[in-house]
Design a protein around this ligand. Structure first.
Ligand code: SAM
Length: 333
């Protein structure tokens, strides 16, 4: 796809349109009309199910940190403290809190690093990434550290984690979470990941990209109106730069996991589509065994690269999680 085609694609994909039906639903549920228009175009009759699901509050979920405590012991301790928790079938360390006598962020067990408060989709990203023991892993947008701590947990603190975050207060939260949860094999770099200069290739990259957060409307209703279409375009281009950087950071055989907490194709399929145009040596790998929906194959007449089919999605109305786009890529050369 040459530049001219990109411009044509952008014109279609970022055009501000809304039908009377989109405007009616946008008014009813309190969204910017362009957001609902996209749901209608992509999901048809299912769009209203998504809007309804976004009205449902999300239960709090935790990830048991079995680097510090066995999950059985954590279950017992939380039970004694009056919590009721249930395992989430597709998340090996995930529990839903069904009853909480106090805030789950204020318990002794939390302060000791026995668990992390983390939404299910966010946890799923790192299981899908499959961080390898002893690998050098770059987490390009790391704070506050949900996925960084999960990477070190799954590798038993044996991966060398390079965690990048540009914002000072968020670096503080990242450091505090890594320390609280008992990990030591990490370096934190305070930087815009686009400006990173690494002299070596890494084995794996996680890009949990800065996004509109359209996927967490269930938790933050402001996301219904926060992102103007012009902002979405700016975020799309930021993700594009970051994903290009991620693919340049790994050597042959290395993997890049790109995730965005969003239901928007502009923060998912369309980014992967553009990035793959000049990269015939990159494959996408659809993970088996996870409850992912198919990625979108085309939008507004722009047919995405075939490899986009290897990516997947989570939706509040289908999986009951946040909205997420998740794509595992591998450099073959
Ligand atoms: N991965 C984190 C976790 O699981 O806890 C959440 C990451 S959040 C979705 C995106 C993060 O990217 C934010 O902390 C934001 O400050 C950071 N960010 C924004 N612009 C960035 C950039 N240019 N380079 C690296 N990180 C950036």
């Amino acid at each position: 796809m040459d530049k001219h085609e990109w411009e044509k694609g952008d014109e279609l994909i970022f055009s501000d349109r809304s039908t009377p039906e989109a405007r009616r639903l946008a008014e009813r549920y309190g969204y910017l009309p362009y957001i609902v228009e996209r749901y209608l175009e992509l999901l048809g009759g299912e769009a209203e199910e998504l809007l309804e699901a976004n009205e449902e509050p999300m239960s709090e979920t935790i990830r048991c940190n079995d680097f510090k405590i066995s999950c059985g012991e954590l279950e017992a301790r939380l039970g004694e403290a009056g919590f009721e928790i249930e395992r989430v079938p597709f998340l090996p360390h995930g529990y839903i809190i069904t009853k909480a006598p106090i805030s789950p962020g204020a318990t002794h067990e939390y302060l000791k690093g026995y668990y992390y408060l983390q939404d299910p989709g966010s946890m799923l990203v790192v299981y899908i990434m499959r961080p390898r023991p002893s690998a050098t892993i770059l987490d390009m947008a790391a704070a506050p550290g949900g996925k960084s701590t999960q990477i070190l947990q799954l590798t038993r603190d044996s991966a060398l984690l390079i965690a990048v975050e540009p914002k000072r207060d968020r670096v503080r939260a990242l450091r505090s979470n890594l320390q609280r949860m008992g990990f030591s094999n990490y370096i934190i770099i305070k930087s815009d990941a686009r400006n990173l200069k690494l002299n070596v290739k890494v084995d794996q990259v996680l890009l949990d990209a800065p996004s509109s957060g359209e996927g967490i409307i269930r938790k933050d209703k402001r996301r219904k109106t926060k992102t103007a279409l012009s902002d979405l375009k700016r975020i799309h281009y930021l993700q594009l730069e970051l994903l290009n950087k991620a693919l340049d950071a790994v050597g042959s055989g290395g993997s890049v996991t790109y995730a965005a907490c969003s239901t928007a194709v502009e923060e998912g399929e369309y980014v992967v589509h553009k990035v793959l145009q000049d990269r015939d040596y990159v494959a996408t790998e659809r993970p088996a065994g996870f409850p992912l929906s198919e990625a979108f194959e085309e939008y507004r007449g722009v047919k995405f690269d075939d490899r986009v089919k290897g990516c997947g999605r989570l939706f509040p109305h289908r999986q009951g999680t946040e909205g997420f786009f998740i794509c595992n890529m591998r450099r073959l050369g």
